[in-house]
Design a protein around this ligand. Structure first.
Ligand code: BGC
Length: 392
């Protein structure tokens, strides 16, 4: 492969993150759509039209401009681009080109995730991440994307939180295909890393010189007495093995939300302290913790590609973001090479098995009219990004 000259954005990226399935609406050709309708899957409600961003993307981008943010992370849906094996949908690619062009027209850096939790039905039916050829399927999909859209991509993310796809789908059993088996979980983690490498290499061979990396879910962990070994094995599977495989990437995406407390029998589900709507510990300190941990293990630039809080209380969100940005400032002041921060999420959107109840957005979305209304936290975040100065 010829040497590719990678071009990073020259400014710090301040943005928000979303994903296709959670905002576009109409993701009917995916495993998640089917899963929501299957017996016994405990999904609170179906995704349906989500935020209708497939049609309203210009409104979403205008909000980003109004807030003065310079970057937007969103994902593209494999099930739309390749609805059947080997069949490419030119209309879907044309729509994603329009979205990317609309970003550029507004001077917004488009950060594009190729896979965010959902699989086309035909891939799920082959066995999903347990299908032996999954990495080559994902590599081929990445080639289609790179050829069609690469000239407009600002930064690419291969697979969003591959470790969470493995954990929730194959160990916790809450995401499709709802399995619960340590060995399968561990094998899928291995497959995920091959998928990432296949996608990265495929993108590198197509037009564009944007940075390519993997957004990894990381946590602060605390072991209660007797929980130490479990923390070590969880970290090994969920973080360390991934961090060992990203050294040749252009950057690492770090995503965090909380601190997880582990006892001898597993995760403590209702830890003492302030909790969020997801039942997570309110723990903005995890930003500083996870970035420091990542930086101690990899030697490539870091973007915080997701961080936020699910809450109905916007004051709580502002407190969370205050803590998160303080941690960000600390790591930058210490010389850690962090190039951007993406709050999750621009919109109140579809929170997987929880449905629409958890509110991660800095912008509220009316579930009937889809009208968008920025919350005080949106303005707070916009202002904080303008005044952000790392301490010396
Ligand atoms: C995922 C998002 C999700 C968010 C909040 C992340 O793990 O990438 O899709 O909405 O967490 O739970």
């Amino acid at each position: 492969m010829t040497q590719r000259e990678v071009r990073f954005p020259d400014r710090f990226s301040w943005g928000t993150s979303t994903s296709a399935y959670q905002t576009e609406g109409g993701g009917s050709n995916t495993d998640w759509w089917r899963y929501e309708r299957a017996e016994g899957t405990h999904c609170a409600e179906v995704c349906g039209d989500a935020c209708d961003s497939w049609n309203r993307f210009e409104e979403d981008l205008d909000l980003i401009v109004e807030l003065g943010l310079n970057s937007y992370r969103f994902s593209i849906e494999w099930a739309r681009i390749e609805p059947h094996r080997g069949v490419t949908d030119a209309d879907a690619l044309a729509q994603y080109r329009r979205i990317l062009e609309a970003c550029h027209a507004r001077a917004i850096l488009p950060v594009v995730t190729l896979h965010h939790f959902t699989l086309p039905l035909w891939v799920a039916d082959l066995g999903g991440f347990e299908y032996p050829e999954i990495a080559s399927l994902m590599g081929a999909y990445a080639t289609v994307v790179g050829d069609a859209l690469g000239d407009l991509i600002g930064i690419a993310c291969t697979v969003n939180e591959p470790n969470i796809v493995a954990l929730m789908g194959y160990l916790i059993g809450a995401f499709p295909p709802a399995q619960s088996d340590w060995e399968r979980f561990s094998n899928v983690n291995v497959a995920m890393r091959s998928c990432h490498v296949a996608m990265r290499d495929a993108l590198r061979a197509t037009p564009g010189n944007y940075p390519i990396g993997m957004p990894l879910s990381m946590n602060e962990y605390e072991a209660l007495p007797g929980g130490e070994d479990l923390v070590n094995s969880i970290r090994h599977e969920m973080e360390d093995e991934y961090l060992r495989c990203v050294g040749d990437d252009d950057y690492l995406g770090v995503q965090c939300y909380t601190k997880i407390i582990i006892g001898p029998d597993g995760r403590i589900s209702n830890p003492e302290g302030e909790l969020t709507e997801m039942g997570y510990l309110f723990w903005p300190q995890s930003v500083e913790y996870t970035i420091r941990r990542a930086a101690s293990m990899v030697d490539i630039p870091i973007f915080m590609t997701e961080n936020g809080i699910g809450t109905d209380d916007d004051e709580q969100r502002i407190r969370y973001l205050t803590g998160a940005l303080a941690g960000l400032a600390n790591v930058i002041a210490d010389g850690i090479d962090v190039r951007g921060y993406f709050q999750w999420s621009l919109l109140d959107n579809f929170e997987w098995t929880f449905g629409y109840r958890p509110k991660f957005g800095i912008v509220a979305v009316d579930r009937t009219s889809f009208e968008r209304t920025p919350k005080p936290s949106a303005h707070w975040y916009a202002e904080a990004t303008r005044n952000f100065t790392p301490p010396r």
